[in-house]
Design a protein around this ligand. Structure first.
Ligand SMILES: [Zn+2]
Length: 363
């Protein structure tokens, strides 16, 4: 049976281990140790992701959460306040992601204790999710056989099922004009800032439609107020849950770059557009969604199917043929010092996961 005290203790222990992105070594060792104690065969891949396997019968499933937190995430002092756990207000709580990690570990404890038969489990704890999904991008997929999975990394309770997430293009533009003294010979210069502003003013930004957004988030350039600026750089993004629209709006960006640059033949532009991840969308009658909804209804929980606006490890899993889905990690106000987790929801999420992997349901 799910043990609430043990679950809370695991959570408190884990959030007290600092693990900002890039510094996950300590937490990785800790969860590896715990996985081993729960009977998993554990290894680290070349990137330092933790992979644990527990054999079972039937079709394997991937259980995933990431290990890194955002800042301020050092020296976290969790405080229990009735059904909630919060930080002391100076740091995040780190329930994103450690509520998910604790829920997975408690699921394994509970399964072992109850001797519940279950499907083969492939537990993957990733590094560097918050800094750019690097753990999932660098995961050694040759070690993974599961074709479906659950990632516990969404806001709200476990009933929050993220059926879609946008694809993402990162845009980085460097414009090089020509510097000149702004007072004595401005006509000899080509202002990179002027060109950048012409481009940005013609880009369609903000909410493009119900599933597409675009933004220029950083601009920098110039060296002195009395010099025609030689260089300007701006960076932004295009997101869409629809791959065609993602590509179309990115083409709009490229067309604007081309048209404006044609007016400044002596200036140079370097454009770097990178697809960070592809979008995904589950139909409501997809077997993974049906399986999850059924499991939730057995626990008398109504599933809430939501569209997510951000990327998670799941976007990367999908490009590797793993139909994983994000569910709520029972935390709120993530990435702020007001972050908190709800204990009763964590218990419920663990019950959900235990039911989901129990062999009776899944075979
Ligand atoms: Zn997260």
């Amino acid at each position: 049976m799910v043990n609430k005290q043990r679950l809370v203790k695991t959570f408190l222990d884990l959030v007290k281990i600092d693990s900002p992105s890039g510094e996950e070594e300590k937490i990785a060792k800790e969860v590896a140790k715990r996985l081993k104690a729960l009977g998993a065969k554990v290894e680290f891949d070349g990137y330092g992701n933790v992979i644990g396997k527990i054999p079972g019968k039937g079709e394997p499933i991937l259980l995933n959460a990431h290990l890194d937190t955002v800042e301020p995430g050092r020296n976290i002092k969790p405080i229990i306040d009735k059904d909630r756990i919060k930080s002391d207000g100076t740091t995040v709580l780190g329930a994103d992601p450690k509520a998910g990690v604790s829920i997975i570990l408690e699921t394994l404890s509970s399964l072992a204790e109850d001797k519940t038969s279950h499907i083969p489990l492939e537990i993957v704890f990733t590094r560097g999710e918050e800094s750019g999904l690097f753990g999932a991008l660098n995961l050694d997929y040759s070690k993974i056989t599961a074709k479906r999975g659950v990632t516990i990394d969404g806001e709200e309770a476990v009933h929050n099922i993220n059926i879609s997430a946008p694809g993402y293009n990162r845009v980085d533009v460097l414009i090089t004009g020509r510097s000149a003294h702004a007072g004595t010979e401005p006509e000899k210069g080509i202002s990179a800032i002027h060109i950048a502003s012409r481009i940005i003013s013609q880009l369609k930004l903000g909410r493009i439609d119900h599933e597409t957004t675009a933004n220029i988030g950083i601009i920098e350039g110039g060296s002195a107020v009395n010099a025609v600026p030689e260089r300007a750089r701006f960076r932004g993004e295009v997101r869409s849950r629809n791959l065609k629209k993602l590509e179309k709006h990115t083409r709009h960006f490229q067309n604007v770059f081309k048209q404006v640059m044609a007016k400044f033949p002596e200036a140079k532009v370097e454009i770097d557009i990178q697809r960070e991840f592809n979008p995904y969308l589950f139909n409501k009658d997809h077997r993974v969604i049906i399986h999850m909804s059924k499991t939730l209804s057995q626990l008398k929980i109504t599933p809430k199917l939501v569209h997510s606006g951000g990327g998670t490890d799941v976007n990367i899993f999908h490009t590797h043929g793993i139909e994983a889905i994000v569910v709520g990690g029972c935390f709120y106000n993530a990435h702020t010092t007001r972050e908190y987790a709800v204990i009763s929801q964590m218990v419920q999420a663990t019950q959900f996961l235990q039911k989901l992997v129990s062999a009776k349901l899944s075979s």
